[in-house]
Every structure is written in C-alpha cells, then in structure tokens.
Design a protein around this ligand. Structure first.
Ligand SMILES: [Zn+2]
Length: 184
C-alpha cells in the first residue's frame, strides 16, 4: 500500500521490560493517564482486592492502590498512591517507577489496546466531516473501534502532560505523528 512511513505509531508493547500496571477502583483517572503515556494499565472498577492481587501476580503488574492495607500485601508488587488528586498521583508514579513519555499517545485510553494507524479513507464515515477535511492522520483502536486524531483527543492532554513534566523535570521526548501540531 502507499502508507508513508511517517504514519507509524510507536508500539506501546515494543519494550517488554516496560512496567505494566493494574489500578484499583479509586484510580480510574490515573489509569487513563498511564494509558495516554502508553503504559499497559488494567482497570476494572468492579474488581475486588482478591482479583486485583491475583491479576497483578499472574500478569506481573504493579498494583496501584489507595488502600494502605492492600498495599501491604505480600508477594505482589504494590505502590500505595498517596494523593487524591490525579496529577499528583501521576507525578508520584512517574517518580517512583521512572516512566518515560516515549510511547505516549499509542494506546487507547478507554480500553487499553494499542492503537493502529489507519488510512483516512477507511474512517471517512466515522468522524465528523470537518475533522475529515482538516485532519490527515488517524489511528484506530481495534478493541473499541474508537478513532483518534491529533487535534482533538490529544491536544489538551499534551498540554496537561507538558505541565506535569515541567514539575517532574522531564522532557516530552516523543516527536511522533500525533503530536506534530504545536499548540504554542
Ligand atoms: Zn479502545
């Protein structure tokens, strides 16, 4: 096909040493932010403590929890999340687990699946006409069939991430497709 190389997305699963997470029911927003950064993060608000621990162990995930008792469980890698506010929570995880932004915007924030670049023609009837006219690059989640494009879903997230990274002393190092529109 005639897909130009610039359409490739970073593969969020490319680095098998990359930490993976499971978040407890209190941490849905944090889970979404970790997915925005490209980290494989399970989240199911209905999962009880037993299920969280079982999945964390079985899949080698770091269990993120606001529950001190749960965080003390043995035999499972837990991180007690100190703050109630999501930006502070994300900063804590970035600091304690050492996260990078290299694969940001490569994973569906809703269902945690890696995104795939998709030809514009394929999603013609799935995005608003204005978006179709004005955007060139799209990505598709094969888990939930959501279509992503840079200007809407990700612009505000980028701005918030940039703010956070100033606080964390990190640079946004990914220069991929979905971020090339500068908001400055
Ligand atoms: Zn999805």
């Amino acid at each position: 096909m005639d897909t130009p190389p610039s359409r490739s997305l970073p593969d969020p699963n490319a680095d098998s040493s990359s930490p993976r997470f499971i978040a407890d029911a209190m941490l849905g927003k944090l889970a979404r932010w970790l997915r925005i950064l490209g980290y494989d993060t399970r989240y199911d608000a209905r999962a009880d403590d037993h299920e969280l621990v079982r999945l964390a162990r079985a899949e080698g995930r770091i269990l993120l929890t606001r529950d001190r008792d749960l965080a003390r469980r043995r035999g499972v890698d837990c991180l007690f999340i100190e703050d109630e506010e999501v930006e502070a929570q994300l900063l804590q995880v970035m600091r304690d687990v050492t996260l990078s932004t290299a694969r940001a915007f490569s994973r569906c924030v809703v269902c945690n699946e890696p995104l795939q670049p998709v030809d514009k023609a394929e999603i013609r009837n799935r995005v608003p006409p204005y978006v179709y006219r004005t955007q060139e690059r799209f990505a598709l989640c094969h888990g939930c069939a959501r279509v992503y494009w840079p200007a809407t879903h990700w612009q505000r997230m980028r701005e918030r991430l940039a703010t956070l990274e100033l606080g964390a002393g990190l640079a946004l190092d990914h220069q991929g497709d979905h971020q090339e529109r500068s908001h400055r």
